[in-house]
Ligand binder design. Structure first.
Ligand SMILES: Nc1ncnc2c1ncn2[C@@H]1O[C@H](COP(=O)(O)OP(=O)(O)O)[C@@H](O)[C@H]1O
Ligand SMILES: O=C(CO)[C@@H](O)[C@H](O)[C@H](O)[C@H](O)COP(=O)(O)O
Length: 440
């Protein structure tokens, strides 16, 4: 009775999220819309740690393979669709294959560039202001795909000659899975590259052509979603919720009313931007470049100092100790402004530590002040009063930097007068699977 067996077999959606620090894979059971299995693995793919932020594409893809391989095989055999989301803004390049040589397995080919991530800091303010003005409400910042392509055109044109296709890392995975010889991209990711108009859903081809931009590298519109929109989808249940997601980066966001349309031109100095969501809705977002990565940098710094001192401790152990020390230090008068990557609206305003005294230098003090600094920074970009005026009456916390760090959660609860709840299993991999599930 194979047919009957098939009909009572539960079907799953495989949700995949290509994050900046880790790759996540979840199996969502369609009928109950609940998570049946999940796996997250760090990609450990960072190649450079200067202003060029690049990641090894092969390592990312290998980690994705491992992650899927750790999900239960019997359930994987009953996957009916796959949803993809991932880190936005970034870009990688590859050579299109044709006919029988199309790559259909999950292995990055040698004709693929590293991923240049959203953390890339090579486009200076002077360089960005030399670019044509986009026909979009979103301004172009360093780390945005089109800005990166312009940078290569100017400083390393020979690099681009090797490639015929470009996309985000999640678009690359879609191309591999579907054996495409072009790149398909959704408006969510296209908006994050710059030079894309979200009202007409079209690239600014005339403007880009006028600046001799390699138009053949612009993806067609289609497939993978943004991790930001998907993480919101996984945990925003009512329109009066705001979502605070802290993973490598951090975003504080809420849904704009249905009739909201973004302004015609970019508001470069504003810390709030409007990103396309679903069903023609927009999300107002304070997208901070300084989230969990600030803590990760602190851990890296301590590891390097300890190595110089002849001591070794694993990252996991360091996080545990730092969080433990800061839990015993409820407040600190040390002030840390943690904007080590600057912010898009204020790229030159880097981090600062102030009010240092002889009595506030313990690890507990510094970690507490760092966590508070992350919250102070994001609420300086979108304040609790602003949220209140927009009708927000609850904050939903998501993202693994928050889930794994009680000190950060305590600081979230202090930063907002609104009640804070935490999304269960809330992340982009779950969100993208839910988006597909709700379309069935
Ligand atoms: N052992 C740990 N304990 C607490 N927090 C951690 C630990 N390891 C990593 N983190 C935090 O999680 C962040 C990465 O979260 P993750 O969800 O993997 O990012 P992404 O979705 O961007 O790939 C790091 O920047 C760091 O702040
Ligand atoms: O910058 C924005 C939106 O402008 C971010 O919200 C967006 O999620 C980007 O993809 C991230 O910066 C990368 O996400 P993550 O890896 O930190 O989860």
């Amino acid at each position: 009775r194979p047919a009957l067996r098939m009909s009572i077999m539960p079907n799953y959606i495989l949700g995949l999220d290509m994050g900046t620090t880790s790759v996540k894979a979840v199996l969502l059971e369609i009928k109950s819309r609940t998570m049946a299995a999940s796996c997250a693995l760090p990609t450990m793919s960072d190649i450079t740690d200067n202003s060029a932020k690049e990641q090894d594409t092969g390592r990312i893809v290998d980690t994705l393979n491992q992650c899927i391989g750790l999900l239960p095989r019997d359930k994987l055999q009953h996957v009916s669709s796959i949803g993809l989301s991932g880190q936005m803004h970034g870009v990688l390049f590859w050579k299109a294959k044709t006919g029988a040589t199309i790559i259909t397995s999950l292995h990055a080919s040698r004709d693929t560039s590293p991923l240049i991530t959203w953390q890339d800091g090579r486009c200076s303010s002077d360089f960005l202001s030399s670019l044509p003005k986009p026909d979009s409400h979103l301004s172009v910042a360093t780390g945005f795909g089109c800005a990166t392509i312009f940078w290569y055109m100017q400083y390393r044109p020979e690099f681009l000659e090797d490639f015929t296709v470009a996309g985000t890392i999640q678009d690359y995975v879609v191309s591999m899975l579907c054996g495409l010889n072009r790149c398909m991209m959704t408006p969510q990711n296209a908006a994050s590259w710059g030079f894309f108009n979200t009202s007409s859903n079209q690239w600014n081809t005339d403007i880009l052509k006028g600046a001799s931009f390699p138009l053949h590298l612009l993806p067609q519109l289609g497939a993978a979603l943004g991790d930001f929109q998907c993480s919101v989808y996984s945990c925003m249940s009512v329109r009066t919720d705001a979502v605070l997601n802290i993973s490598t980066s951090a975003q504080l966001t809420f849904t704009m009313p249905a009739d909201f349309r973004p302004p015609d031109s970019p508001q470069t100095a504003s810390s709030i931007s409007f990103f396309p969501y679903f069903d023609s809705l927009y999300l107002a977002v304070a997208a901070s470049l300084n989230g969990g990565n600030v803590l990760a940098t602190f851990v890296e710094m301590l590891t390097a100092w300890m190595k110089d001192l002849g001591i070794e401790l694993s990252d996991a152990c360091l996080y545990e100790k730092l969080i433990g020390c800061a839990l015993n230090q409820e407040t600190s008068d040390l002030r840390v402004s943690p904007t080590i990557l600057g912010e898009r609206h204020s790229p030159l305003c880097l981090g600062q530590v102030t009010n240092i005294s002889a009595s506030n230098l313990s690890l507990g003090n510094v970690t507490r002040a760092l966590c508070r600094g992350v919250l102070d920074n994001i609420t300086s970009m979108m304040s609790a009063e602003y949220l209140q005026q927009a009708g927000v009456n609850r904050i939903v916390g998501s993202g693994s930097a928050l889930t794994r760090n009680e000190v950060l959660r305590q600081e979230v609860e202090k930063a907002f007068p609104q009640p804070v709840v935490y999304g269960q299993n809330a992340d982009s991999a779950v969100g993208v699977a839910m988006v597909l599930c709700d379309q069935l």
